[in-house]
Structure formats: C-alpha cells, structure tokens
Design a protein around this ligand. Structure first.
Ligand SMILES: NC(=O)c1ccc[n+]([C@@H]2O[C@H](COP(=O)([O-])OP(=O)(O)OC[C@H]3O[C@@H](n4cnc5c(N)ncnc54)[C@H](OP(=O)(O)O)[C@@H]3O)[C@@H](O)[C@H]2O)c1
Length: 200
C-alpha cells in the first residue's frame, strides 16, 4: 500500500530547488518547517518580525545544508522581515530573493492570552483575528498576485487555528454540558450563493 501511494505522490524527501516561503519562521513550528524543508532540498524564505532570529536560522541552514543541484546558487535560505504596515514591500523582497515562490506556508499566528474563551475581551479577539486571519489573507493575496502574473503554478498551505478554537471551546465547555462541534462546508446553493452559482 505504502509503495502504491508513494508512486502517485511527489516524494516528500526530494523537493530539490522548490522555493518555499514560511511565515512565522522565527520560532516553533515555522522554524522546524524551515530546517526540515531545507534538508529536503528546498530553498527557504524565512519570514517573521524578529529578524535576528531569522538571520541565525538562515545562517544555520546555509552552513549545514548543501545543494545536490550543481546549477543552484550559493544561498539556501534568506531572512525577510515581515511586518503588517509594509507587507507588500516585504513580499516583493521575498519574491526577489530567488526570483519566484513555489510554496507559501502561512504559519504566522498568535495564541492570545491564556483565558477561557468566555472571558476573552473583544480587543484580544481582534488582535488574534488581525494576525491569524487578516494577516494570512494579505500574505496569500500578494504572493498569489505575483504567482498569477508570473503564470506559474503554486501552492499555499494554511496552518489552521480555526479547528483549534472549536476544540478548545469543546474542551472548556464540555464540563458545563455544552457541546461544541464544527462542520466545514464546501460550496452549496442557497440565497447567499445563488448569484454565484449562475455564473459560469
Ligand atoms: N502550538 C500549538 O499548540 C498550536 C495549535 C494550533 C494551531 N497552532 C498554530 O500553528 C502556528 C505555529 O504555532 P507555534 O506554536 O509554532 O507558535 P510560535 O512558536 O509562537 O510561532 C508563531 C510565529 O508567528 C510569528 N508571528 C506572530 N505574529 C506575527 C505578526 N503579526 N506578523 C508576522 N509574524 C508573526 C512569530 O514571529 P515574530 O514574533 O518574530 O513575528 C512566530 O514566528 C500558529 O499559526 C498557531 O496559531 C499552534
């Protein structure tokens, strides 16, 4: 079975030359993505606000990983500061680093304070939404525009927290005999999609 599957999928261990941009690369999961993808042969654009951490990460990658591809340039990883107000400018820098981006991993996110969802303030909620939703949309938008204009294919991977919210509320509220469930819908016909469905 495993052999059958691997014949149909792109082998994960051989991603030579793919340019992958990872947001939230300065810690946690993002750092691990960068290290492992670099080992698998990818070129890495590591993005976040803490540029010093990104520079150390990229130095480590550039020092410890070597190219199998002799035609590749010398750098395996570059650090790009990613901050809200200058996001499009930051993404131009990211795009120019290797001339294109094949894969965007939208991983930057904040957890918010350690409070019950019933005690969270609107300000805290908005802060989470700004980073975890609006920020990701901005990054996806500006990277996709560049992919589209370059007429290249691309992949965007969102590290999702929405299911996490459902899970946390379910865990918190279960003790009050309140169940919390999630249904992820595709597109279906209703009043809100009626006009959309009429389009080709
Ligand atoms: N850990 C968990 O249990 C868990 C569970 C479910 C989902 N997740 C999601 O998984 C992802 C990674 O989580 P993690 O645990 O690895 O978190 P982490 O170690 O705290 O890393 C979060 C990253 O996001 C970046 N970031 C935060 N706000 C940003 C902003 N406004 N602009 C740009 N970058 C920003 C941070 O970098 P800078 O501060 O340097 O900008 C940091 O590199 C997050 O999206 C998180 O919501 C985590």
């Amino acid at each position: 079975m495993a052999t059958q599957i691997s014949q149909h999928l792109e082998p994960w261990h051989n991603l030579n030359g793919k340019v992958v941009m990872v947001t939230g690369a300065s810690s946690g999961l993002g750092t691990e993505f960068c290290l492992n993808l670099a080992r698998a042969g990818c070129r890495i654009i590591a993005a976040a606000r803490r540029i010093d951490r990104l520079k150390s990460l990229c130095q480590e990658i550039n020092r410890t990983t070597t190219f199998n591809d002799v035609s590749a340039g010398s750098l395996r990883a570059v650090a790009v500061e990613l901050d809200g107000p200058t996001i499009n400018k930051c993404l131009q820098k990211a795009w120019d680093a290797f001339g294109h981006i094949d894969v965007l991993i939208n991983n930057a996110g904040v957890r918010g304070s350690v409070k019950s969802s019933l005690e969270l303030s609107e300000e805290e909620w908005n802060h989470m939404l700004r980073t975890n939703l609006t920020g990701r949309w901005f990054v996806s938008k500006y990277v996709s525009i560049r992919m589209r204009d370059a007429q290249q294919k691309g992949t965007i991977i969102n590290i999702s927290s929405i299911d996490g919210l459902n899970r946390i509320m379910a865990l918190e509220l279960g003790k009050h005999k309140i169940s919390v469930n999630s249904i992820s819908l595709g597109l279906f016909k209703s009043e809100i999609t009626d006009k959309l469905m009429q389009k080709e």
